[in-house]
Design a protein around this ligand. Structure first.
Ligand code: RIB
Length: 305
């Protein structure tokens, strides 16, 4: 089993749960509030670790209480923090999350803070780690100059580059051409390809648009419809597990963490899709993001049953 390097964001999630979501200019009363670890990068690293992957998280935090508390969380999880850089000037990032308890829908504003300020020197310090990885997993919550450098290092070393393009943003064609597997959700797929992904046929068209950009394999998570994979020869849309969802925040992160774990164990794209879907589905049965990531035993049991 090869090492999975997740090079991405850590931010603190500040989550309010309420009946409905406010519209601009409106104040509504919340039912509960929670502070916990988040950030798409870190959530995906925690998910992969709980699935049994050999994971190394690279991120940057501020010299503040949130930076310290995520290191404590990683210690409790048995995860390494030696590639957590600390910014002396910028604060640890934060995400303001509102969850509608009635529909499960959420709204998120992420301010990356320190993890949007990763320097060239820090990327260079990670070069040996990236070059010796089997998979590099990225999202779009860190600064693009660092992202670009990291993709180039991994691509030139023959490391499999998996990009979860979330939140959607413009990326130069040069980066897309170095991505082995892209894993957008349906909204991100539309932002990149202009195709509304509602059916398997739509997903196939979006996948073909990604192939034209130079991406080798495409996975699209499609919410309650499940997830789709296309390796250029074959494609498949698999359903979610039948679970009682209480919070869908971070489900995409759980999917990505589980998906890359399966790939790092040598499973093919479609087996990894099935494992990722189980991870994503189970994460929705618990509240929160990183703390809601399912364990390997939970996923194996769900896949057997
Ligand atoms: O994908 C969910 C994550 O997105 C949250 O944890 C929040 O931090 C944002 O980055």
């Amino acid at each position: 089993m090869g090492t999975v390097v997740v090079f991405g964001s850590f931010v603190t999630d500040l989550t309010s749960r309420s009946n409905g979501l406010p519209v601009p200019g409106q104040t509504i009363l919340g039912n509960s509030f929670n502070i916990g670890p988040g950030g798409k990068g870190s959530n995906q690293a925690v998910a992969a670790h709980r699935c049994g992957a050999d994971v190394q998280m690279v991120t940057k935090v501020g010299d503040d209480v949130f930076g310290t508390s995520i290191k404590d969380f990683y210690k409790k999880e048995g995860m390494d923090t030696s590639f957590f850089f600390t910014d002396p000037r910028k604060a640890t990032g934060a995400a303001l999350i509102m969850v509608d308890e009635e529909t499960g829908q959420n709204m998120i504003v992420v301010t990356g803070g320190a993890c949007q300020n990763i320097t060239k020197d820090e990327v260079e310090k990670c070069r040996p780690l990236i070059e010796s990885a089997s998979i590099l997993l990225l999202q779009l919550e860190i600064n693009f100059d660092a992202l670009f450098e990291v993709v180039k290092i991994a691509h030139n070393a023959g490391v499999t580059v998996v990009l979860n393009p979330a939140p959607a943003n413009d990326l130069p064609g040069e980066i897309m051409a170095m991505i082995d597997i892209v894993t957008p959700n349906e909204t991100e797929a539309r932002a990149f390809t202009g195709i509304d992904v509602k059916t398997k046929d739509d997903a196939k068209k979006a996948a073909e648009a990604f192939f034209k950009m130079g991406v080798k394999q495409v996975v699209i998570t499609m919410g309650s419809l499940g997830a789709y994979a296309n390796n250029g020869q074959k494609d498949e849309l698999l359903p979610c597990l039948p679970v009682k969802a209480v919070d869908t925040t971070g489900a995409g992160d759980a999917f990505n963490g589980a998906f890359v774990t399966a790939l790092s164990e040598g499973k093919d794209l479609f087996e990894a899709l099935r494992f990722g879907i189980a991870g994503g589905s189970l994460s929705t049965t618990k509240l929160g993001t990183a703390p809601a990531m399912p364990t390997r035993n939970e996923i194996d049991a769900a896949l057997k049953g």
